[in-house]
Design a protein. Sequence first.
Length: 104
Amino acid sequence: MNFAYMYILQCNDGSFYTGSTIDIDRRLFEHQTGNGANYTKYRLPVRLVYLEQFRNIRDAFLREKQVQKWSKKKKRALIENRIDLLHKYAKCNNNTSSEKKVSE
C-alpha cells in the first residue's frame, strides 16, 4: 500500500513550512536542494521536524491546509507532541468560545 504524508520542516530562520507528498524522501531531497518550494529555497537548510502518515494524498493535503493556518506556537506544540497545548493555542472565531461574551 502506498501512503501519503503531511510534514513540517523547520527552516534555518526558525520558521516552519508545512507540505504534503506521496514520496517523502524525494520531497525532502527537493527541499534540501532548493527545488521544493520558493519558501524553503531561500531558507536552507531545512530539517524534517514532524511527519504524519495517511492512506491517501487527499487526506494528507487536507491536513496540510489545516496545519498551515495554525500559529507558530500551535505548530511547535504539535511537533513537541504537547497535545494539551493545542487547544490553548487555537484561535476560536465563533460563538462557542467560552472566552467570548454573548451579547443578547
